[in-house]
Design a protein around this ligand. Structure first.
Ligand code: FAD
Length: 311
């Protein structure tokens, strides 16, 4: 058994494991895929103090930093169930899909999130070649160019406003007959001269020249007609889904969107169980934020362990 077990090996998990190991606690980190979303990222330009890096490079650096410490790193382990300790200071248990189970007096949950995909032809093919999911990350790559934002909820409309300040032209595409974003955001979006809003439109394909995106095809759901828009980028904003399905019956409180509910110290409602990063209710899903939150959760786990002896 460990004193601290971190579940998830992205930026939040790596930071948490390093912080608890530095406190001298026996620490394990178990992840389905070490590196997390960072593995799927091309250029990273907003990891402060590092002007430019690439996802796989940063992921390798995370693993290397973990390896500097006495941390038991376990890759390719998918958590399926959490059984909380029966008494304060006792052992929590995490059961994995291969049947193994690990125990620890404190847990830090950092299982991250995944962007919901459109699932249309061209989307996967042109990922990072014009198809993007994070305007804070990739917006500046499209400076002066034409982009579409797919999704008219709050995140889609916020992304369109953000991008309208940077890119040449934004086409917002919404499946429903009207946008679902807050009115104040819709009003703000409509105040831009370089934005078109298309509703009742079903995106059917992302097109490209084999190298990069050159357009998008949608079906007008009223007339049934197919239309094509020429552009250089497509931002998909139809939802970020937290990887928390495995916590459903654990007693750990989740928000209506499935995010792990945490307080300002990264504590969940279950004593000794902390959480950090994209899987939680903390707003703004970014690498630097996930690392800060992971560190915070680790310090809270330390605080919990020194105050609660094993029963
Ligand atoms: P994640 O990175 O999602 O890591 C979650 C970890 O948990 C992974 O190891 C995963 O395998 C594991 N896991 C999931 N479920 C289980 C389970 N059941 N059992 C065990 N392990 C599990 N942010 C920036 O700041 N700058 C950028 O330029 C940037 N670009 C991005 C580009 C793309 C394409 C994407 C997808 C994201 C980008 N982001 C960027 C966002 C950033 O990657 C995330 O905010 C960050 O990775 C969140 O870290 P995390 O540790 O919370 O979760």
């Amino acid at each position: 058994p460990f004193e601290v077990l971190v579940v998830g090996g992205g930026p939040a998990g790596a930071a948490a494991a390093i912080y608890t190991a530095r406190k001298g606690f026996s620490t394990g980190i178990a992840a389905e895929r070490m590196g997390g979303q960072v593995q799927d990222t091309m250029g990273i330009e907003n990891f402060i103090s590092v002007p430019y890096t690439e996802g796989p490079k940063l992921a390798a650096a995370l693993e290397q930093h973990i390896a500097e410490y006495d941390i038991d790193a376990m890759n390719l382990l998918r958590a399926e169930k959490l059984i909380p300790a029966r008494e304060l200071g006792g052992y929590h248990e995490v059961v994995f899909s291969n049947g193994a189970s690990l125990k620890a007096r404190s847990l830090v949950l950092t299982t991250g999130a995944r962007w919901r995909n459109l699932g249309v032809p061209g989307e996967a093919e042109y990922k990072t070649k014009g198809v993007a999911y994070c305007p804070h990350c990739d917006g500046p790559l499209f400076k002066g160019k034409r982009v579409a934002v797919i999704g008219g909820g709050n995140s889609g409309v916020e992304a369109a406003i953000d991008l309208a300040n940077i890119v040449g032209h934004v086409t917002l595409i919404e499946f429903d007959p009207k946008l679902r974003a807050d009115q104040v955001l819709q009003d703000k979006l409509r105040s831009f001269a370089n934005v078109d809003i298309i509703v009742s439109a079903q995106t059917t394909e992302v097109t490209g020249d084999g190298e990069k995106v050159n357009g998008l095809t949608y079906k007008d759901r009223e007339s049934g007609e197919e239309r094509h828009v020429e552009l250089e980028g497509v931002f998909v904003q139809i939802g970020l889904v937290p990887n928390t399905e495995w916590l459903k019956d654990s007693g750990v409180e989740l928000s209506p969107r499935g995010e792990i509910v945490i307080d300002e110290k990264a504590a969940t409602n279950v004593p000794g169980v902390f959480a950090a990063g994209d899987a939680t209710t903390v707003p703004y899903k970014q690498i630097i934020i996930a690392m800060g939150e992971g560190s915070k959760a680790a310090l809270s786990a330390f605080d919990y362990l020194i105050r609660n002896e094993a029963p």
